[in-house]
Design a binder for this molecule. Structure first.
Ligand code: CO
Length: 225
């Protein structure tokens, strides 16, 4: 990156600090002493899906993990460590698994494109595609197929979060913790609730079944905001 471009970022940063301090002179001093977010956001790395801005929360209020196509696997030490830190140490109360329409990772998985090493990562999306292939193929156009795959993928990843040892241990300790599934629309900036609310180990299967049924029902129509 040319130096001039970096200079722009540092200038932006100084302007941001000045505007924050103009509103609240103690802002950084206060944040330095405490981090107590209520939310963990697990979303896509896509530059168009910035967690804090979308849900209107300032620094200090949302713990964030992002990766290509918001995948949660049971052997990803990075994601598991984020979950552990957020849930056991910071005691977040809500985990939001956030997918987004127009996701390049979902589209690449759908098309079976060979991109490189990330194909292996996106194979998790393809697994979901293969499991739901007949109902996805039944949709009339590419856009509705991709939207449905995006929603199904969110539901599967939310269930994956609920099945980690970190979440199961929290529930068995009696810790209040809910895992939700949402989809963000690049085209309108709106976050949709997929009504996947996982709050107890015994209801994961039932909530997931309802969520998959609701996705089937909505397919092709899009979600009401
Ligand atoms: Co994406």
């Amino acid at each position: 990156m040319p130096k001039a471009n970096l200079e722009r970022l540092f200038a932006n940063n100084r302007a941001w600090v000045a505007s924050v301090l103009a509103d609240d002179a103690q802002f950084f001093e206060r944040l330095k002493h405490q981090q107590a977010p209520q939310y963990l956001w697990i979303g896509c790395s896509d530059s168009r899906v910035p967690a804090n801005q979308i849900i209107g929360l300032p620094p200090g209020e949302v713990f964030v993990h992002r990766n290509v196509a918001n995948v949660v696997t049971h052997t990803d030490l990075n994601c598991l460590s984020v979950l552990h830190f957020a849930i056991e140490i910071l005691k977040v109360k809500q985990v939001l698994l956030v997918g987004h329409y127009g996701c390049s990772g979902i589209a690449a998985a759908f098309d079976g494109e060979r991109l490189g090493v990330s194909d292996n990562w996106l194979q998790h999306v393809r697994d979901t595609l293969e499991r739901h292939r007949p109902s996805i193929d039944a949709l009339p156009d590419r856009d509705s197929k991709l939207r449905k795959l995006c929603e199904l993928h969110v539901a599967v990843q939310a269930v994956n979060v609920a099945r980690t040892t970190v979440v199961r241990d929290a529930w068995s300790r009696g810790q209040s913790l809910a895992v939700h599934g949402c989809v963000y629309g690049l085209e309108d900036g709106l976050l949709r609730n997929l009504d996947i609310d996982l709050t107890h180990p015994d209801s994961v299967r039932e909530v997931a079944a309802k969520a998959f049924a609701a996705i089937e029902k909505r397919a092709g129509e899009g979600l009401e905001a």
